[in-house]
Design a protein around this ligand. Structure first.
Ligand SMILES: [Zn+2]
Length: 144
């Protein structure tokens, strides 16, 4: 082994020179700061994050808007998605929280977006939140 600073063949010591770890001869060791021979490897502890799908708070308006766009009443729409009209009604007025499974089904069937995927799609949350929803829709919902 040769000194990484001067190239001298010698027994080397491990020092830190300006933040860089080098194996140097005892003569060059003075240039750096001695570091312990065997540094324990510090590994960052990885925390597994369970991704919980987050349904957009405007799910009611998004579904209703899609239904109206298709020209279907609640009963027909409910049939189409294989749910009871009463449940659909409750979902549309926000009385019942949309289930994750149904939300996924609706997304696939109608190409709508019901999950807040801003976290991993890289999109800005503001854009996702306003998608397909006007202020008028929000007001209408509240008044029902
Ligand atoms: Zn040296």
């Amino acid at each position: 082994m040769n000194c990484e600073l001067c190239g001298a063949s010698s027994s080397l010591v491990r020092v830190q020179v300006e933040g860089v770890l080098l194996n140097v001869c005892p003569k060059c060791a003075g240039f750096g700061k001695a570091v312990p021979q065997q540094r324990p490897q510090q590994r960052p502890i990885k925390v597994r994050e369970e991704k919980i799908p987050l349904i957009l708070p405007e799910y009611s308006a998004i579904i209703r808007q899609k239904r109206e766009q298709l020209g279907l009443n609640q009963e027909d729409f409910a049939k189409k998605i294989g749910e009871k009209a009463s449940l659909l009604h409750k979902i549309e007025v926000g009385e019942v929280q949309l289930g994750v499974d149904l939300a996924k089904r609706l997304e696939r069937m109608f190409g709508i977006r019901l999950f807040d995927e801003s976290d991993y799609s890289g999109e800005k949350p503001a854009k996702a939140k306003s998608e397909g929803l006007t202020l008028g829709d929000m007001v209408k919902i509240r008044r029902r």
